[in-house]
Design a protein around this ligand. Structure first.
Ligand SMILES: [Zn+2]
Length: 293
């Protein structure tokens, strides 16, 4: 079974100056599309559920079992990390109990001292079960599942303090935002990223990876970003392909209304998006990830 935690995978990515994609799933089609792309490219992948997606799908237990069973039924051989995206304290504990391989505890809206204390608790609990932990310093702008970040730039001192809790990877606000980027967006704060990368030896995480100009992401990856979160880009690709199918009247031809036909173009669009992004972000094929995996 290729299910693994994220620690060594992302450490190898940081050392090798490449990133591994962290793709959000919403359902069976999404899960299959992401796994298909990873298997076709022979690259490791992280599949994550937000709290909202897990609720929509029927809970952490179901998400974990769905992904695990899909990995088995598709005979997936590449390493797969099942991760909780932006979990609060309770959600992180629930996902750990449900058997996720990795969790993000997002305490950015707590007073910093409390964020640190709760991160330590989650790290102790997760590490006792061999589960990796991501934490967030600063905040990611925009809105995701009702979580609104103001886009506060990460402090280097806070990044060091949070890293010292024993977390496995660190998400830092460096001007990135969730959702679609506004036309007047000022770009990533590379100076701050460099300061954090110099101060913290952990793999760094770039949230809101959809919509940042490719050359900025490539530069960020070279500087220490090892986990690139992609969500909106797959949503837009799915919606576009589905809309084209319906606008072409294909749902009215023969049995084109069959959900297996109706959802096929959108599902393929997710796989295509996955393969395109993994191609340019330099994700290394499986033979180059750590031997112990
Ligand atoms: Zn995020």
């Amino acid at each position: 079974m290729p299910l693994v935690h994220g620690t060594e995978l992302f450490q190898a990515a940081r050392k090798g100056h490449y990133a591994i994609g962290a793709f959000n799933t919403n359902n069976l089609e999404w899960t299959r599309a992401i796994l298909k792309g990873a298997q076709e490219l022979n690259v490791p992948v992280l599949i994550q559920t937000s709290m909202g997606a897990a609720k929509y799908m029927g809970g952490y237990e179901l998400c974990k079992q769905l992904i695990e069973a899909t990995v088995k039924s598709m005979a997936i051989t590449v390493p797969v990390v099942i991760h909780l995206d932006h979990g609060d304290y309770e959600a992180a504990k629930e996902a750990i109990a449900a058997g996720y391989n990795s969790v993000m505890f997002d305490g950015h809206d707590l007073p910093f001292a409390e964020n640190v204390e709760k991160t330590k608790e989650i790290v102790a609990l997760a590490h006792s079960k061999g589960i990796s932990v991501e934490a967030e310093v600063g905040s990611i702008g925009g809105e995701e599942d009702g979580v609104v970040g103001e886009g506060e730039l990460a402090s280097v001192e806070e990044a060091k303090t949070l890293a010292a809790t024993g977390i496995d990877f660190l998400a830092a606000g460096i001007g990135n935002i969730h959702g679609q980027y506004p036309d007047n967006w000022k770009g990533l704060h590379f100076d701050r990223l460099q300061e954090i990368a110099d101060a913290v030896d952990l793999p760094l995480v770039l949230h809101g990876g959809s919509g940042i100009p490719q050359e900025q992401v490539e530069k960020a990856i070279h500087m220490g970003i090892s986990k690139l979160n992609i969500n909106t880009e797959c949503q837009l690709a799915f919606a576009k392909a589905t809309r084209e199918y319906i606008e072409a009247g294909k749902d009215k031809q023969g049995k084109g209304y069959d959900p297996r036909k109706l959802l096929a173009p959108g599902t393929q669009a997710i796989t295509d998006t996955f393969e395109e992004i993994c191609g340019w972000m330099g994700t290394k094929p499986v033979k180059l990830v750590p031997q112990e995996l």
